[in-house]
Structure formats: structure tokens, C-alpha cells
Design a protein around this ligand. Structure first.
Ligand code: ADP
Length: 289
């Protein structure tokens, strides 16, 4: 249990700044220190509670904020991770923002316009289900803008994230790393389950044909936009339980290092106590008469 408690196991998924990750080589089936699925699920449940406590502190402290960016191939489990870990935070201070194909209005602005308005205010958490990285991923792979346009975006993204960090936002970026075999298995499960048929889409299969182009685009994005204040993690995601446990560990560890504090007490506690005692005594009198 010690190895799990000290959260060390998840740290290996942090990509060192300046290093190009080799996604073909990075294992998608890691099991970490867990005996089995139930062991990992128990760890995640316990860690979720601890995350909630610290998130509450950050919410009332109102000084810092957290931005979690999720990127992944289809069926890698962004939705499941949100449901089981990130969405377990108190919704008063946490919101998820999905970024889809830009609308006409969004396209009429710079690519960060729709992103910036969803970044977290002091005390809050924003979870991005896809993000500004789509503008150097799908946009690049599908030639939606010329190369000279997307090439400049890495620097623009770094400057943007630097600005957010300067304003007190901690940024965590996760790439959920799934194998093509596991993805196909999940597509089959969707096909076999009528409740999941709404998720089916031929585009998912088209993206499989572009697996290598996406891999290269992800490797570039992670290599070029990976800083101390906005680190990338490559999370092995073939085992859903490991995906959840490792992200929970990293989020919790980040909250610990942010060390949010409850606001100082600026009332006279003795005065509040005597006000309480007076009210309680009056209530006692009223109920006994
Ligand atoms: P998800 O797969 O995230 O659950 P959808 O099935 O609705 O949600 O897919 C959203 C789609 O929007 C993805 O195919 C993604 O590539 C696309 N998308 C997101 N941002 C952009 C962008 N900036 N430009 C083009 N397409 C984008």
C-alpha cells in the first residue's frame, strides 16, 4: 500500500520537458502497483475524497485555479475519466468544457478565443474535454489550415499557457494512450450495445487510417508544448482502472503542492460563541414554555 500512498507510481507518466515521447514504444497496458482492478478502484475512490477536500479549500481560498486538459484518440476514455475521477469534484467549483468542431462564430475568431473564456477563475477547476491542442492535431492531420499557420501555434499555445500560469492557474495535460487493438475492441463493444449506438460514427474509423499521422502530431505537440508550468502526462489507458487511478494520483499530488489554505478567521470567536449561546438559551426557553 505504501507505493500507492506516496503517489510515486504515477510520476513516471510525466514527460520530461524537451523530450520527444515515443508513443509507439510507451506501454499502454501498465498495471502499476495494483494487485488487481478492485485494488485500483479502491485507491481511486479514496483519492477522489482527498481531491474533493483540497478542491474545497482551493474554492474558498479563491487565489489559485486548476486547468485539466484531456486529449485522446476516440474511445480512449475521456468521458469515463471525467465520470469517475474529475467529475467527482464539487460541481460548485468545477466545470467540464467539451470542444467540438468550431462553430461559425468560433471560426470567425482566433483559435484561442473559445478556449480562453473557459479557463478557470480563481478558486475554480476547468476540465477541457479536447482543447486548443485540436488546432495542432485534427487541424494538422486533416489539412484544415496551411502548415505555416499550424506551425506557429505551438509558440502561441506556450505563450497562452504561460500567461495562465502567471495568473495563478496550474495546468495539467493528459494524453490518454490507448493501443489500436484496444480501441477496436471498444468500438466492437459499442456496436454490440444498442445503448452505445449513438456514439458510432464513420469518422472514428477514418481516424484509425490516420493513426500514424495523429501519433506524429501528438508527439510534436507534447514535445513542443511541455513546460514546468503546463506539463504533459502520457497515461497508459488500455486498463480503465489504471487510467483513473494514475490521473487521480497526479491531480491529488498537484493539489497537495498547491497547498490551498482556508481563509484566516477574522471574526471574534468568543463573540460568536456567546451569540450562539444566547440563541440556544432562547430556543430552550421557548420550547419549554
Ligand atoms: P468526443 O469525441 O470528444 O467525445 P465528438 O464525437 O463530438 O466528441 O467529437 C468532437 C470532434 O470535434 C472531434 O472529431 C474533434 O477532432 C473535433 N474538433 C475539436 N476541435 C476542433 C477544431 N479546433 N477543429 C476541427 N475539429 C475539431
Amino acid at each position: 500500500m505504501n507505493a500507492k500512498e506516496d503517489l510515486e507510481f504515477a510520476k513516471e507518466h510525466r514527460i520530461a520537458p524537451g523530450k520527444r515521447p515515443n508513443l509507439k514504444k510507451l506501454d499502454t497496458k501498465v498495471r502499476g502497483p495494483f494487485d488487481d482492478k478492485d485494488d485500483a478502484k479502491a485507491f481511486t475512490a479514496e483519492t477522489n475524497h482527498k481531491i474533493r477536500d483540497l478542491q474545497y479549500r482551493m474554492f474558498v481560498e479563491e487565489k489559485q485555479s486548476l486547468l485539466v486538459v484531456l486529449q485522446a484518440p476516440d474511445a480512449a476514455g475521456k468521458d469515463g475519466l471525467i465520470r469517475k475521477v474529475l467529475g467527482q469534484m464539487n460541481p460548485q467549483g468545477c466545470r467540464t468544457y467539451p470542444f467540438k468542431v468550431p462553430t461559425k462564430e468560433e471560426r470567425a475568431h482566433d483559435f484561442l478565443w473559445r478556449i480562453h473564456r473557459c479557463t478557470p477563475a480563481a478558486g475554480k477547476v476547468s476540465v477541457f474535454n479536447r482543447s486548443h491542442y485540436e488546432d495542432v492535431l485534427v487541424v494538422r492531420v486533416n489539412d484544415l489550415v496551411p502548415k505555416r499557420v499550424w506551425k506557429d501555434r505551438y509558440k502561441i499555445i506556450n505563450d497562452f499557457e504561460h500567461m495562465l500560469a502567471e495568473a495563478g492557474t496550474r495546468i495539467l495535460k493528459f494524453y490518454l494512450h490507448i493501443s489500436p487493438e484496444e480501441q477496436l475492441e471498444r468500438f466492437k463493444k459499442r456496436l454490440d450495445n444498442p445503448d452505445k449506438h449513438w456514439k458510432l460514427n464513420t469518422g472514428d474509423y477514418a481516424a484509425r487510417d490516420q493513426w500514424d499521422q495523429y501519433r506524429e502530431a501528438y508527439e510534436d505537440a507534447i514535445e513542443q508544448c511541455n513546460t514546468d508550468h503546463a506539463p504533459w502526462h502520457v497515461i497508459p489507458a488500455d486498463h480503465k482502472w489504471y487510467r483513473d487511478a494514475s490521473v487521480a494520483a497526479i491531480v491529488y499530488d498537484t493539489f497537495l503542492s498547491m497547498d490551498p489554505q482556508l481563509p484566516p478567521v477574522d471574526v471574534d470567536l468568543d463573540e460568536i460563541r456567546s451569540l450562539y449561546q444566547r440563541e440556544a438559551a432562547e430556543l430552550g426557553k421557548a420550547s419549554s414554555s
